[in-house]
Design a protein around this ligand. Structure first.
Ligand SMILES: [Zn+2]
Length: 123
């Protein structure tokens, strides 16, 4: 009788230990998945930082928000013409503004003082 009681206790302990081992394994799996996500996020942030640093000498331009007629020009954020002084413009790096917008040109009215750093948009 005593042995039977001990067997049941041992069996219950073994079952619960297996559950605890399983919980421990799942906790590690969740932590590893979270760590993978964290590493990917930090890698993306590192890439974004490097990309941002590459814009250090870029001219900052103003591009009208997408509302209204098609955009054909962007303006110099440092010395904008009268048109770009109104609301509804957002600041971009020049290379960023031109990316994917092959028809976009510099505004002919804005003051684009010659600068070695502004050659990217002079084409
Ligand atoms: Zn302008």
């Amino acid at each position: 009788m005593c042995t039977n009681k001990q067997d049941r206790a041992a069996q219950l302990i073994a079952t619960r230990m297996a559950d605890l081992t399983d919980r421990r394994r799942r906790a590690y799996e969740r932590a590893e998945a979270a760590l993978t996500t964290l590493r990917r996020t930090l890698d993306r942030i590192d890439r974004d930082e490097a990309e941002l640093a590459a814009h250090q000498h870029d001219v900052v331009v103003l591009l009208r928000d997408k509302l209204g007629p098609a955009r054909t020009v962007y303006h110099n954020a440092d010395r904008p013409c009268g048109l770009a002084r109104s609301k509804g413009f957002r600041a971009y790096f020049e290379a960023e503004a031109r990316k994917g917008r092959p028809n976009l040109r510099r505004c002919g009215v804005c003051d684009w003082a010659p600068s070695p750093d502004s050659q990217a948009g002079a084409a």
